[in-house]
Ligand binder design. Structure first.
Ligand SMILES: Cc1cc2nc3c(=O)[nH]c(=O)nc-3n(C[C@H](O)[C@H](O)[C@H](O)COP(=O)(O)OP(=O)(O)OC[C@H]3O[C@@H](n4cnc5c(N)ncnc54)[C@H](O)[C@@H]3O)c2cc1C
Length: 383
């Protein structure tokens, strides 16, 4: 029976809940707001299936070959604007939808919680685009995926590396009609901190929220800002260096414990395609820096290569050295370091996320310089 002795060893993917034959596991948030499995011991038959599907406790096997890496971005401006980096996820999803498939990924719900939803049309695809810096609940998406796969539909499942490993563990085998995209992930922040922050912003604006964008590219991709639009017409715009929530995320104070010891790091993955921001593109391949977003892609499998070949006409691409590209993005290989003041941050955030962020989430010097640079560009050059 699954039991959480150590919070560092549960990534919250929910594979145990989805697989339980007695349906006796619930994902319940702890005091920090992260979901953990809780077993109804009266219904549990101690079959051990929940333990056997836990991706943290099982060893994955990877192919011997390194993935092929590309710098890539969409040729369509709107796609670039709506995506966090180069919009590759959009084009892969579009191809799946055009070929009798469905796409499952992270979306905001009506009250701006983050959950995995299933999309079967172009109109709703926008809901999956863009990074939501909150742990997304997989809800029933693993079970839904299995149902669609059995019906013969193509399924594209996207998410964090732990969510993809949880899915494969739950399914127990690969399916020809299953495609997966994982992201390079620095770690997922607490849904409770997010909820409290939203409440603060809504109270301050004295209004309900209309929309949220944590990667708004008004001033460009590398200079992305945070945008909240409220029903009463008020707008909150802030740099990621100043915004209290983003500071907590970027200093790694608000992350799930398992993210500090993430088991799913590495260049080789079980997903078909790994996507990320191509930070440093302006130095490595200046011609591929369009200022609106460049993705770093790793084609992990033959299915990933086939997907890429199907969408390559919609992209500008340049192949890059896999290991050098991975070096540009340390979060591919290393876990975020746990701040020593993490517990103090969470304790203070119970009273006020703003005060906790001000007190514990000071930015490193390099990021402060970035902030000053961004301010100067905005105030003096209006760019
Ligand atoms: C919590 C988090 C941490 C990240 N850390 C890094 C990092 O350290 N380095 C880096 O290069 N890139 C990181 N990324 C990924 C990056 O921000 C872009 O998502 C990625 O470059 C893909 O961009 P895109 O333009 O192709 O697609 P987009 O349209 O921007 O991405 C959409 C995809 O992201 C998935 N997604 C969005 N939010 C979540 C979420 N909360 N949980 C699970 N899946 C989600 C959607 O399901 C969809 O597959 C992170 C993303 C998230 C959500």
């Amino acid at each position: 029976m699954v039991s959480i002795i150590d919070k560092y060893s549960c990534c919250g993917c929910g594979a145990c809940k989805a697989k339980c034959p007695k349906n006796c596991i619930e994902m319940v948030p702890d005091s920090e707001g992260f979901d953990y499995p809780v077993v109804n011991t009266e219904l549990c038959i101690s079959c051990g299936i929940c333990d056997s599907v836990c991706p943290v406790h099982t060893e994955s096997e990877f192919s011997q070959a390194l993935p092929v890496a590309y710098a890539a971005f969409s040729k369509e401006d709107k796609v670039l604007f709506d995506s966090s980096s180069g919009g590759v996820f959009y084009h892969v999803s579009k191809w799946i939808l055009e070929n009798n498939g469905v796409v499952i990924g992270a979306a905001y719900t009506g009250d701006f919680k983050v959950e995995h939803i299933c999309v079967d049309n172009f109109y709703d695809l926008i809901r999956l685009q863009g990074s939501k810096y909150v742990q997304s609940s997989t809800c029933d998406s693993y079970i839904q995926t299995l149902e669609y796969l059995k019906k013969g539909l193509k399924v594209l499942y996207s998410g964090t590396p732990c969510q993809i490993e949880g899915l494969y563990s739950f399914l127990g085998k690969d399916y020809d009609n299953l495609y997966t995209v994982d992201i390079i992930c620095s770690g997922v922040p607490s849904p409770l901190i997010w909820e409290r922050y939203l409440t603060y912003r809504k109270n301050k604006a004295k209004s309900r929220l209309n929309s949220v964008n944590l990667r708004y590219k008004k001033y460009g991709w590398q200079e992305y800002i945070i945008l909240f639009e409220f029903e009463n017409g008020k707008v909150y715009e802030c740099t990621r260096f100043e915004d209290h929530y983003m500071r907590a995320f970027r200093t790694h104070c608000s992350l799930r414990p398992s993210c500090y010891r993430c088991k799913f790091k590495g260049i080789k993955r079980n997903s078909d395609i790994t996507v990320a921001d191509f930070w440093g593109i302006e130095r490595i391949l200046p011609d591929m820096n369009n200022k609106k977003g460049t993705s770093l892609l790793f084609l992990q499998s033959q299915k990933g290569k086939d997907l890429f070949n199907n969408i390559v006409d919609y992209l500008k691409v340049v192949q890059v050295d896999t290991e050098k590209a991975a070096e540009c993005n340390p979060m591919m290989t290393y876990s975020a370091k746990e701040p020593t003041i993490r517990n103090e941050f969470f304790a203070e955030a119970e009273k006020s996320v703003i005060k906790a962020s001000n007190r514990y989430c000071a930015l490193p010097l390099r990021q402060k310089i970035g902030f000053v640079y961004q301010r100067i560009r905005k105030n003096f050059f209006n760019i």
